[in-house]
Design a protein around this ligand. Structure first.
Ligand code: NAI
Length: 737
């Protein structure tokens, strides 16, 4: 189909509108989404104005229109809501938010019910608002463009699809499938997967094919209507009147609780309510219900936190603030990964996936091959699920060369070391490669605990040496913590930053310190949970409190996974270092609990077959160890449940402020995004410092509550000077967006 620009003279078809009206000789109107001056189309004021004008014009010119095609002139079809607008909406703007949402809904509804065929030619990603526009069309054709995704990810920002997305997806798929496929998890589907799931009707391989299919649909359906506007329409799977739905309904609140752990995620609750209530009423009433639930979310604090976190992520990646300027990017071509264990194997896969050649070295050829096997398993699984092709799989595997021979590392322009956590061994493996890898190769260590500055002492070219802390499993975890040692040069930092971006992960940059930022701060959370056991708090309640605070892993089970001897060793080393430097070591109440667990009861965690939990022969958890309640009775002072949750959250937030004070952290965005992506700080908070911003009463409220906790539970809750100062000045921790 040619997109002839035979524009009529009535409503706003100039270039300044967000939607261009292009009508061809045959009467097919192409509505080109093309917000001028923006890189992507969003549901902003320009779009709201344009869509209302389009609806007016379509009604006025109805008789001369044969059909309508929505498509976009941008790379993506439509990006969704305008987050910068949304983040500014507070409870005082509730009516304004409601009205704006209803205006878009009304305009789309008028186009949908014009009595003419309306087709979505989805030329790129259609997420959120983009897929909502497509849902208002009678026929959806997606171009199978690389990286293109389709879905309603609003929930991941603490929102619900407020442009008719709940109302229509429920009517398209049925309540159960709509909730599970698009609404509750916010899954982003590839075009092919979207086709399988019934989210689109057709997939096209080229833009021409997509537009030809759009025209064919219009030719074949001159009076198209939505299924839900047909006589006698019923929601697929039925509403509570049918047996299937009646059987599913009671399970939803339980599933929801499982998904959120009972943590404060109002979006899931509102989505469920909007879907169920909306299914009981006519289309128009359902849209109003959806708008009400949307307004409640968009004007509330959780969505603000989660949108902030989205901006923090962009800032960590894009602002370049943490990357020294003036250093030419130089993509890595060939990387040496030293150590093919759990971390090395995942790192090798991540690099090979990004097109980098990998030499994976271990002590024996078998060990190295075992590391490559990990990639093979991941790829075979992806292949069986249709997420990769045989050719892609083979190409990726061909990029990984396992070896036990250092000579194979010739030509590597970057090195990532992931051998056992042992200073002498790490020094030795760097010595082995000296003179073999490129003379200016970037030298990285994936150490999780050893200070980079100390490690650098045994590494040739310390200026090129830097910490690159991946999280487990390295192929899936999106964060990499870059640790700058005292002697690390700007060139190495810039190259490390670029390498993390090259493999598609989010970098945060911190200065060297014991435990860096992430390990240090997650340690506070674990210690707090363990300390409560020592005080005689019911361990099941401690676990419950972690879940309800929104942590993805319960605190005592996490401790068992990490093993109890690891924090003990780190603690003893830290104490020694502090005392040797003439400092004063302050013990934590958790220390005594861990010592007793290990020394008195021989319980070292999951690896040792016994920890805070009991384990069966096959390693599966069978329940909390009853001995905890018997042996750890504390003073018996009851700890309110709200305090349990806040002790965990506050201990991490307060220590993050100390990391800022001590210059371990230099960016608020890095703290927030690092805490969510790296160490499971609850996503609803927007991150460890945004949690303080969003706390009831803001920073002064947080300071007051910290003092209360300090009085009850110990000095570690005393607010640091930086926090107190900011609270007094009415400041916050660096909002962006
Ligand atoms: P691992 O024990 O699974 O693997 C270590 C590998 O290094 C083994 O395959 C071993 O054969 C190999 N190795 C030992 N000596 C070698 C040598 N001379 N040359 C080449 N390879 C040699 O250990 P994992 O868990 O992969 O940890 C590796 C590093 O990553 C450690 O420094 C650890 O602290 C760090 N790390 C671990 C995380 C985790 O969750 N396991 C998370 C982040 C960092």
């Amino acid at each position: 189909m040619t997109l002839s620009t035979q524009t009529a003279q009535t409503a706003r078809d100039d270039d300044s509108t967000a939607i261009r009206w292009e009508r061809d000789e045959s009467g097919v109107v192409t509505l080109v989404l093309d917000d001028p001056g923006q890189s992507a189309n969003t549901m902003n004021q320009a779009f709201r104005d344009a869509i209302a004008a389009i609806a007016d014009r379509a009604e006025a010119e109805r008789d001369s229109i044969r059909g309508i095609v929505f498509t976009s002139a941008k790379k993506t079809f439509f990006a969704g809501g305008d987050l910068k607008d949304m983040i500014r909406l507070g409870p005082a703007q509730a009516q304004q938010a409601f009205d704006a949402g209803m205006a878009v809904k009304r305009a789309l509804r008028r186009i949908e019910t014009l009595g003419k065929p309306v087709v979505a030619a989805i030329n790129g990603a259609a997420l959120g608002g983009g897929y909502e526009i497509a849902l208002a069309c009678h026929h959806r054709i997606a171009l199978d463009a690389p990286g293109s995704r389709i879905g309603l990810p609003e929930v991941t920002l603490g929102l619900l699809p407020g442009g008719g997305g709940v109302t229509r997806s429920v009517r398209l798929l049925g309540i159960t499938d709509a909730l599970l496929t698009v609404l509750l998890q916010g899954t982003r589907h590839t075009p092919r997967r979207a086709l399988e799931k019934g989210l689109v009707h057709e997939v096209a391989d080229t833009a021409e094919e997509m537009l030809a299919k759009a025209r064919a649909f219009i030719d074949a359906h001159p009076e198209s209507r939505q299924p839900w506007d047909e006589e006698g329409y019923r929601i697929p799977g039925g509403t509570p009147a049918t047996p299937r739905f009646a059987a599913d309904l009671p399970a939803f609140p339980a599933n929801l609780k499982k998904q959120t752990g009972g943590a404060p995620y109002p979006a899931q609750r509102n989505i469920l309510a909007a879907a169920v209530e909306g299914s009981q009423v006519d289309f128009e009433t359902a849209q109003t219900i959806e708008a009400r639930y949307f307004t409640e979310l968009v004007t509330g604090q959780t969505a603000k936190n989660m949108i902030q976190a989205f901006f923090f992520d962009l800032q960590a990646v894009n602002s370049g603030a943490s990357r020294p300027s003036g250093i030419e990017p130089r993509p890595v071509r060939k990387v040496a990964v030293l150590g093919a264990g759990m971390m090395g194997a995942g790192i090798a896969y991540s690099c090979a996936r990004a097109g980098i050649d990998v030499v994976l070295k271990d002590v024996s050829a078998e060990a190295a091959a075992g590391g490559k096997e990990y990639s093979r398993r991941l790829l075979d699984k992806a292949l069986s699920r249709g997420r990769t092709t045989g050719a892609e799989r083979d190409a990726l595997l061909a990029r990984i060369t396992p070896t036990a021979d250092s000579a194979d590392l010739a030509g590597c322009d970057a090195v990532i070391e992931a051998v056992f956590e042992d200073t002498a061994l790490k020094h030795k493996v760097f010595q082995e490669i000296q003179g073999i890898v490129e003379p200016d190769a970037l030298l990285c260590s994936n150490t999780s605990t050893l200070p980079i500055t100390l490690l650098a002492e045994g590494v040739f070219r310390p200026a090129d040496f830097i910490g690159l802390h991946f999280f487990s499993p390295a192929d899936r975890m999106p964060l990499v913590e870059i640790i700058k040692g005292e002697r690390t040069g700007d060139g190495a930092l810039a190259r490390a930053f670029d390498l993390v971006r090259q493999i598609g992960k989010t970098p945060i940059v911190v200065n060297d310190s014991r435990g860096f930022f992430t390990s240090r701060v997650i340690g506070r959370f674990i210690n707090e949970g363990v300390a409560m056991v020592g005080e005689g708090v019911d361990p099941a309640s401690v676990e419950q409190a972690a879940a309800q605070a929104g942590y993805p892993a319960k605190v005592l089970s996490l401790m068992d996974e990490l093993t109890l001897t690891l924090p003990r060793r780190i603690r003893d080393e830290t104490r020694r270092a502090i005392e040797e430097a003439g400092g004063v070591w302050t013990p934590h109440p958790a220390d005594a609990v861990i010592d007793r667990m290990v020394d008195e009861f021989g319980r070292t965690g999951r690896g040792g077959g016994a920890g805070f939990y009991e384990y069966a022969e096959d390693g599966s958890r069978t329940g909390l160890w009853p001995g905890l309640r018997e042996h750890f009775t504390g003073a018996g002072t009851p700890v309110p449940f709200a305090d349990m949750k806040e002790r965990m959250l506050f201990s991490e937030a307060l220590d993050s402020v100390r990391c800022l004070e001590e210059n371990v952290l230099t960016s608020v965005a890095d703290a927030n995004i690092g805490s969510i992506m790296g160490i499971g700080f609850p996503a609803w908070t927007g991150g460890v410092l945004q949690y303080i911003n969003g706390y009831e009463g803001g920073l002064p409220g947080f300071v007051a509550r910290s003092r209360e906790l300090a009085e009850r539970y110990g000095e570690r809750f005393e607010p640091p000077a930086l926090l107190v100062r900011k609270a007094e000045r009415g400041e916050r921790f660096g909002d962006v967006g």
